[in-house]
Design a protein around this ligand. Structure first.
Ligand code: TYM
Length: 334
């Protein structure tokens, strides 16, 4: 069976970018025969940027409820919280010892922090925690521990998957063929979903549209999407339009073509935003209802997560670490 694995960091409220880039494609591919799916909440990763315990807890609940509301079947798929699997940080250390420091120096998120510091005349690593630097190794452990074949993610994560392959390959070279090298899966229809300001929709830019914002809030947020100042009747460009790209991510080919025509015909921005709101709301409204019902039962969500992790440890994570420990020369726990 092909193993498909993906995770979301529990540092905020799930947004349309997470849905379009990760949740929707991952659940769509779950329908195929001969696949085994792993969906998880990356709460260790959340600690890198978020020092707010209440927020991590809240986000964990929200992201779990989101997966479930979007149709994840916990009987047929693995669904778990990263920090419930202590074998993941254990494997992180084994991989740390084969990971090239030079490769980690080039990781986008770390490099961006260094570049910012340089621009401001600070020391390269001023204010950078080692968690940010090690982030790709932890992520490689998430993927390699379950020998995932495919990892559906948004484009921003491609480099991380490449690094996971690199660390896995080095480990295999030193200790024998233990790891499958994962392949990245990108939904070509949706490169990177833009946020309200036209940059990539991201918690760190504060430009997100929460996936399950109440209807009124969704409408208000969409009204705030940045557009140019062309008046109704003037031809609008689809190229580079966040509004258009958001619409495209939620519409069929035919609907998208009709929307492009409306742009050419000079649709007013207010009307275009209204169409976008209706398109998104049509897809999201039934899921929102389920989400709200789930959020009212946090104890049930907690039980589902614990059960998933316990079964996954017993069948996969624990035996894998027994093998890996003896492969590298640590005490044999079997
Ligand atoms: P995170 O939490 O930032 O995002 C979760 C998923 O959503 C995708 N995504 C987007 N896709 C399209 N457009 C956007 N604007 C957008 N914003 C976010 C991300 O690409 C990602 O697929 N490091 C990961 C979490 C992680 C993980 C893993 C993923 C930890 N371990 C192992 C896969 C496998 C992250 O922070 O994603």
């Amino acid at each position: 069976k092909t193993r498909i694995l993906t995770g979301i960091t529990t540092s905020g409220t799930p947004h349309l970018g997470n849905y379009v880039g990760a949740i929707r494609p991952a659940l769509a591919s779950a329908q195929a025969a001969d696949v085994e799916n792993f969906y998880f909440l990356a709460d260790f990763h959340a600690l890198v940027k978020c020092g707010d315990p209440a927020r991590v807890q809240r986000s964990t609940l929200e992201i779990a409820a989101t997966w479930l509301a979007c149709g994840l079947d916990v009987e047929k798929n693995w669904f778990y919280r990263q920090s419930d699997i202590p074998e993941i940080p254990e494997l992180t250390w084994l991989l740390t010892c084969v990971a090239g420091k030079g490769l980690l120096n080039r990781a986008h998120a770390y490099k961006a922090a260094v570049d910012r510091n340089r621009a401001e005349g600070e020391d390269d690593d001023a204010g950078v925690n080692a968690g940010l630097f090690m982030y790709p190794v932890l992520m490689a452990a998430d993927i390699l521990i379950f020998n995932a074949n495919k990892v559906p993610v948004g484009r921003d994560q491609i480099q991380h998957i490449e690094m996971a392959r690199d660390f896995g390959q080095r480990f295999n070279h030193l200790y024998g063929e233990h790891f499958v090298l994962p392949e990245v899966v990108i939904d070509d229809n949706v490169a990177t979903l833009p946020g309200l300001d036209g940059r990539k929709m991201s918690k760190s830019y504060d430009n997100t549209i929460p996936l399950f914002a109440p209807r009124n809030e969704l409408k208000k947020l969409i009204a705030g999407i940045l557009t140019d100042s062309r008046a109704p009747g003037e031809r609008k460009d689809t190229e580079g339009s966040a509004l258009f790209q958001l619409y495209q991510a939620f519409a069929s080919k035919e609907e998208t073509a009709a929307f492009a025509q409306a742009f050419a015909d000079g649709i007013g921005w207010g009307d275009a935003k209204h169409k976008l709101f209706e398109r998104i709301d049509a897809e999201v409204a039934p899921l929102r209802e389920k989400y709200e019902a789930l959020m009212a039962k946090p104890a049930e969500i907690e039980a589902v997560l614990r059960d998933g992790a316990a079964r996954l440890r017993a069948t996969h994570a624990t035996p894998t670490l027994v093998r890996l420990r003896s492969a590298v020369g640590l005490r044999d726990l079997s």
